[in-house]
Design a protein around this ligand. Sequence first.
Ligand SMILES: Nc1nc2c(c(=O)[nH]1)N[C@H]1C(S)=C(S)[C@@H](COP(=O)(O)O)O[C@H]1N2
Ligand SMILES: [Mo]
Length: 220
Amino acid sequence: MADDDVPLIGRIKDKLVETKEKWAREGRALTGAPAPKRRLPPGQRETADWPVLDLGITPNLVPADWSLTVGGAVEAPLKWSWDDFLAQPQTELTTDIHCVTTWSRYDNAWKGVSARHLLALVRPRAEAKFLMFRSYDGYTTNVPLDRFADDDVLLAHSWQGEPLSREHGGPVRVVIPKLYFWKSAKWLRAITFMDKDAPGYWELRGYHDEGDPWTEERYR
Ligand SMILES: Nc1nc2c(c(=O)[nH]1)N[C@H]1C(S)=C(S)[C@@H](COP(=O)(O)O)O[C@H]1N2
Ligand SMILES: [Mo]
């Protein structure tokens, strides 16, 4: 008896097979849409509270003592006092926080000055490819210019309708929602545009240079 000579019990459902063959030809149920992005990046868990992370120094700045210096590879360096800063166009934005220590906090309502506005004023030179944030506690962190130039990047002075608290970086902190939160410098003091990349505080200590939570760029 040949191998394919198996006795069949019942009948193959020809109509059903035909229908499925037709679906395969037509590509039935294919949407052509990209897979929806999960809201929580890999390895993260959502938290409702907002943890405080710093190096142990919490600068106590009244707005009158605060200023922001922007320089380096730009056509028009500037220095803003608190009043100068508040006189700029204000942007409101609600974004998620993803910290490399694995907590994520959804729906943070920020208000401040957009990176786009600052870039339009200072006009980075053609060679400017990176920038360094410098903070009043001595902290530094670096980002590529194109990451800073994203439309959701803010220099924020308020959170959920209230002035940003001292522990969370008030009077002004950076917010870069698409990178791990260590890139979002608190107590911002200066921004330096650079032609070459240079590591900041945590980048010198084993953290990833870019810090994209979606591809888990946690460590170098
Ligand atoms: N100036 C300054 N900015 C900083 C830090 C810091 O120590 N000093 N810590 C970073 C880290 S590691 C994280 S996770 C976030 C924490 O911000 P939060 O305390 O508001 O949650 O701030 C980032 N920005
Ligand atoms: Mo962090």
